[in-house]
Unconditional design. Structure first.
Length: 141
C-alpha cells in the first residue's frame, strides 16, 4: 500500500480542486495520509480523507506534521501527530515519508510559496507528484 503526502495553500482549495481531490482519493489505494495540519487546504484535505475513510471503511492512518508556530495550525484530529517543526523541515518530512505527493497550489509556480517549495523538493527526490490547479485540472509529474 502507498503513503500519500499532501501540500496546499492556507487560503484553501477551490471548489474544483476539492472535487478533483475527492475523486482522486476515492480512486487510489493507500493506507496512510500525511499532511501539515495547517488551516486551509491541509484541513480541507484532512476532512475529505476522514469522510472517505468513514464512508468506505478503509483503514487509512492519518498523520499530522504540525508546524512549530501555532498561528496557522488547524489542530486536526489525526491518528498520529508528530512533533511540531518549522514549515520547511516538516514539508520535507512529508515528502520523505510519502510515496506520492498531492498538491493544490493557489497559483502558478512561484518562489516564496511553501506549497511550491514542497513540490520542488519532491521533484528533486524524483517523487511522483499530482498537482491540481485551481480549475481542478490534474498535472502529473
Amino acid at each position: 500500500m502507498r503513503k500519500i503526502g499532501f501540500t496546499g495553500t492556507r487560503e484553501g482549495m477551490s471548489e474544483k480542486q476539492k472535487e478533483a481531490f475527492k475523486a482522486f482519493i476515492s480512486s487510489e489505494q493507500f493506507n496512510e495520509f500525511h499532511h501539515g495540519d495547517c488551516v486551509g487546504s491541509d484541513k480541507e484535505a484532512h476532512d475529505i480523507v476522514s469522510e472517505y475513510r468513514e464512508e468506505s471503511g478503509n483503514n487509512i492512518k492519518i498523520v499530522g506534521h504540525p508546524p512549530k508556530y501555532n498561528k496557522y495550525r488547524a489542530y486536526c484530529k489525526v491518528d498520529l501527530s508528530l512533533s511540531p517543526k518549522d514549515y520547511l523541515t516538516r514539508n520535507h518530512d512529508i515528502v520523505d515519508i510519502s510515496d506520492v505527493l498531492v498538491a493544490t497550489p493557489c497559483s502558478k509556480e512561484r518562489l516564496h510559496s511553501g506549497t511550491w517549495a514542497t513540490i520542488r523538493y519532491a521533484r528533486k527526490k524524483d517523487e511522483k507528484i499530482f498537482i491540481f490547479n485551481l480549475s481542478g485540472k490534474l498535472k502529473q509529474e
